[in-house]
Design a protein around this ligand. Structure first.
Ligand SMILES: [Zn+2]
Length: 256
């Protein structure tokens, strides 16, 4: 059996940790069912579990109780109202960077809950540990969600072609926690110019009015929440907007 090393620092002493930290579980009181979906080009997987207490063997104790716990502590005052009330609040550059960093950290830990090889590289995880900022070639959005589930996450592996003929692999992770829905999309390209967002095939939708772009940071004066919110159907469309496939059907109902 291969020796487990920390996904961030490479150190030993890896422990089993919650992907979504306990303060979020307590805050959202997630007795509701929690929806999980993996969508890959070859096969799709979709299941429902009872809470958001997903645990992974990924960070070491030192990372978890050090910079990761510090990141949780700093993001908590911003994320809490976003998850629970949707009340109006300004998000400045520092807030957006902090939330985008937290989303990237969560997505990188989440990768270890699946069976696939991680999309993000050891260098990108190390950068996360050192600077708590998202990796290059990444966009992150956030919107408000008012629907039936307390939380969900979905992972989409994809490849798309750009105008010069290159096929670019990418990964899109969407998750919701309470009233906030986020999406992180990254791509790999070793050669050629950087991909522009308008080269990424995207289903039409009310993205401009229901999503704020958190990363790259575009403006200092972002007002939360966006004008429109997502309902269940909207969230399903959001998670599938980078694929030609129809959105997965939502099978989760409140309670049993
Ligand atoms: Zn570590």
């Amino acid at each position: 059996m291969p020796r487990r090393v920390c996904g961030f620092c490479g150190g030993a002493d890896v422990s089993k940790e919650h992907v979504f930290p306990k303060w979020i579980g307590r805050l959202l009181d997630t007795n509701d069912r929690y929806r999980v979906a993996f969508v890959r080009p070859q096969r799709a997987k979709d299941w429902v579990q009872l809470d958001i207490g997903i645990q992974v063997h990924m960070p070491c104790k030192r990372c978890n109780s050090g910079w990761m716990s510090d990141l949780e502590r700093r993001v908590q005052p911003i994320l809490t109202p976003m998850m629970t009330s949707g009340g109006r609040m300004p998000l400045d550059i520092d807030d957006q960077t902090l939330v985008a960093g937290w989303i990237s950290k969560t997505v990188m830990v989440l990768e270890y809950a699946g069976e696939d090889e991680p999309f993000y590289t050891a260098d990108e995880r190390r950068l996360m540990m050192e600077a708590q900022i998202p990796p290059d070639r990444t966009w992150i959005w956030a919107g408000r969600y008012l629907g039936r589930v307390r939380g969900h996450w979905s992972v989409l592996g994809l490849g798309f072609q750009v105008s010069d003929g290159r096929t670019i692999p990418g990964k899109c992770t969407t998750f919701s926690l309470g009233q906030v829905a986020v999406q992180m999309f990254s791509y790999r390209s070793r050669k050629g110019p950087a991909v522009q967002l308008n080269e990424v095939p995207m289903a039409t939708g009310p993205w401009d009015t229901s999503l704020h772009s958190l990363w790259p940071v575009l403006t200092n004066g972002l007002e939360w929440p966006p004008t429109h919110h997502f309902n269940d159907e909207g969230l399903a469309r959001l998670e599938a907007r980078l694929t030609q496939r129809p959105p997965l059907l939502w099978r989760v109902r409140r309670g049993k």
